[in-house]
Each structure stands twice: as structure tokens, then as C-alpha cells.
Design a protein around this ligand. Structure first.
Ligand code: FDA
Length: 303
């Protein structure tokens, strides 16, 4: 119930204005977000690289409403890729197709995504495509499949809570496209997605087996300790070398677990968002864990 309310609030322009202009909210959000500038992101990447962790860099933004915003988003990614190359950073990037204009038409998003993927290929950095709400899945997968044909190193996220995901995973495995498996962070109806956490966890475990066995480069994105342990045993069972898959976790979440998997010699990539469009991302992180909301509210009250 609380989760659903927070996810609904993530789409409210009024709340967005109030929260974004609130300095206490920004202080709390900073746990999850590197900062609002590329320089902040670079500082965080260097710290994480120093600790043996790679990075997936996310320039925050989604559901852009004009062509110029979409072009601005792709320009930000091109600047990020330049920075990765010039700074010798161990990082790739993660993009949302609605930031690149998918709501305004497939052609615009395809054009902007192609610019980013072409530069990613030159830099040698994978372009990972985030998965947004269920309405975008078909368009996202089709666009990713066509990008992959021309630019090779393009991956995509699949959400375990969607009923359709087993079939999507099979298709992507067949196409040789790297998949990041997550539980899913949006509000979806029962016809489209599993609703109970225990069911989502079980679906994730089933998909993980297929991912580890058949995917070109599995990206296991979870902070769920049991699923991290399951991955380790599946990798051993399917004879996967440690250089052919990675764990992924979010900046600011379960730093203890992040350090542990690195100490055990596994690859870990931390997803690092930066930029000033942080409101919906922050609301999804609050929705994932009620304790975050209590922390946020108690900080507001302390002011
Ligand atoms: P679960 O929610 O069961 O959490 C396991 C444990 O992790 C919790 O008990 C808690 O300790 C900790 N934890 C989890 N979330 C936390 C939080 N916000 N704050 C503090 N502690 C927390 N989703 C999506 O729909 N599309 C996408 O493209 C992506 N991309 C993505 C990339 C990466 C690298 C990750 C790790 C996750 C995503 N997600 C995502 C988000 C994903 O769908 C999911 O909502 C979160 O990862 C939380 O689920 P867990 O698997 O961590 O399990």
C-alpha cells in the first residue's frame, strides 16, 4: 500500500516541485545520487574504482517532453562517455529511452540512442538500456535489438515481476544480448506483473538459472543476499568463468554486500546516477524500503 502510494507520487508534478526544491530532501537523496554534475559523478566513479568496483553511469532524466530535451539527454551521455575515455575510468553507461524521447516517437529515440551507442562503441563502454514501466517493454526491446545489430555492446534490463519476462529472456539469450536482471521498480497491475514479493523473488530465482546458463553476459542486479548466494552456486553449476558475468548494485544500497562480493573476487558494477532530475529515481528508492521513508520524514521534521 505504502509502496503503491510512493510509486504513484513519483509521477506527481506538484510533489516533484515541492520535494526537488527542498534542501532536506536533497540531503537525503544524496545517499543514492552522486551529485548534480558530471564532476560529482567522476569523483564517485574514482572512489568506487579505487575499491575495485566498476560503474554504470546514469544521467538522471525520464519522460522528456520535447525534442530539445531529448537531444540534451543524449548530449549529456556523449559528454559522460568522453569523460570516461579521457579520465581512463572503469565505467559504462545506462540510459532510459524515454529520456531520449521515446514518448515523442520511436524515430527520435532511435536516432539519439544510435548517437550514444556509436560513441559507446568507440570508447569500448557498454550502453545498458534501463527498463521502464510495462508500456515501454516492446518498444525498448525492439530498439535494443536493432541497436545491437549495428553497435555490438548494447545490453538491456529485464524485470522479474513481469509475466512476459521468461519469453523475453529466451529471445535475448538467442540474440546474444547481455541482460541485466532486476526485480522491477514500477507500479504495475496484476494482469501484467506479480504483486507479492515472495512471488517476485521466486520468479527471479527461476530466471536467474536461465540467465546464468544461456545469456551472453549476465548482469545480476540485486541486493538480495539469498539471490546473490544462489548466483554463486548457479555459476559453479553451469561452469561460468567469473569474467563472463557481473553483479550489479545501486549506489548507496547495501555497501556491506558490495564490499563482500568484491572481496570474494566477483565482478561488481555499481549503478551511479547523477543530475538534477532526481525526483522519480529517489521516490522509487523510497518505495523499495519503508525505512528510507521514515528516515526522510524524520529529517524533514528535524529541520
Ligand atoms: P529487495 O527489494 O528484496 O531488497 C533486498 C535488500 O536490499 C533489502 O532487504 C534491503 O536491505 C536492500 N535494499 C533494496 N532496496 C533498497 C533501497 N532502496 N534502500 C535501502 N536498502 C535497499 N528496476 C527497474 O524496474 N528497471 C531498471 O532498469 C532497474 N535498474 C536497476 C539497476 C541496478 C544495478 C539495480 C541494482 C536495480 C535496478 N532496478 C531497476 C531496481 C530493481 O528493480 C529493484 O527495485 C531494486 O533493486 C530492489 O530490489 P532487490 O533485488 O535489491 O531486492
Amino acid at each position: 500500500m505504502l509502496k503503491a502510494t510512493l510509486l504513484k507520487a513519483a509521477a506527481s508534478p506538484t510533489l516533484k516541485r515541492q520535494v526537488t526544491n527542498n534542501p532536506v530532501a536533497w540531503r537525503v537523496a544524496r545517499r543514492f545520487i552522486a551529485g548534480d554534475r558530471l564532476d560529482d559523478a567522476e569523483r564517485t566513479i574514482r572512489e568506487l574504482n579505487g575499491a575495485g568496483m566498476s560503474v554504470a553511469l546514469d544521467h538522471l532524466g525520464e519522460n522528456t517532453e520535447s525534442q530539445s530535451q531529448a537531444r540534451g539527454a543524449s548530449a549529456a551521455y556523449l559528454a559522460a562517455l568522453d569523460r570516461i575515455q579521457d579520465g581512463g575510468l572503469d565505467a559504462n553507461i545506462s540510459v532510459k529511452l524515454t529520456a531520449l524521447g521515446l514518448d515523442l516517437g520511436r524515430d527520435l529515440a532511435a536516432e539519439e540512442a544510435a548517437k550514444v551507442a556509436a560513441r559507446g562503441k568507440e570508447v569500448g563502454a557498454m550502453v545498458g538500456v534501463d527498463m521502464e514501466s510495462a508500456a515501454y517493454v516492446d518498444r525498448t526491446l525492439d530498439l535494443v535489438a536493432s541497436l545491437e545489430e549495428s553497435y555490438d555492446d548494447v545490453g538491456v534490463c529485464l524485470q522479474a515481476y513481469l509475466h512476459r519476462t521468461p519469453a523475453d529472456l529466451e529471445r535475448l539469450n538467442g540474440l546474444g544480448i547481455p541482460v541485466r536482471l532486476v526485480k522491477g521498480a514500477y507500479r504495475e497491475p496484476p494482469e501484467v506483473a506479480l504483486q507479492r514479493k515472495a512471488d517476485v523473488d521466486a520468479a527471479y530465482a527461476r530466471l536467474l538459472d536461465v540467465l546464468v546458463r544461456d545469456n551472453a553476459y549476465p548482469m545480476v542486479a540485486t541486493h538480495d543476499q539469498r539471490l546473490v548466494a544462489l548466483t554463486k552456486s548457479l555459476v559453479a553449476r553451469h561452469g561460468r568463468d567469473r569474467s563472463t558475468f557481473e553483479f550489479q548494485m545501486l549506489h548507496g544500497v547495501r555497501r556491506d554486500l558490495q564490499a563482500q562480493v568484491v572481496a570474494e573476487g566477483y565482478r561488481l558494477r555499481v549503478y551511479v546516477p547523477y543530475g538534477d532530475q532526481w525526483y522519480p529515481y529517489f521516490m522509487r528508492r523510497l518505495a523499495e524500503r519503508p525505512a528510507n521513508l521514515y528516515f526522510f520524514v524524520s529529517n524533514l521534521l528535524k529541520r
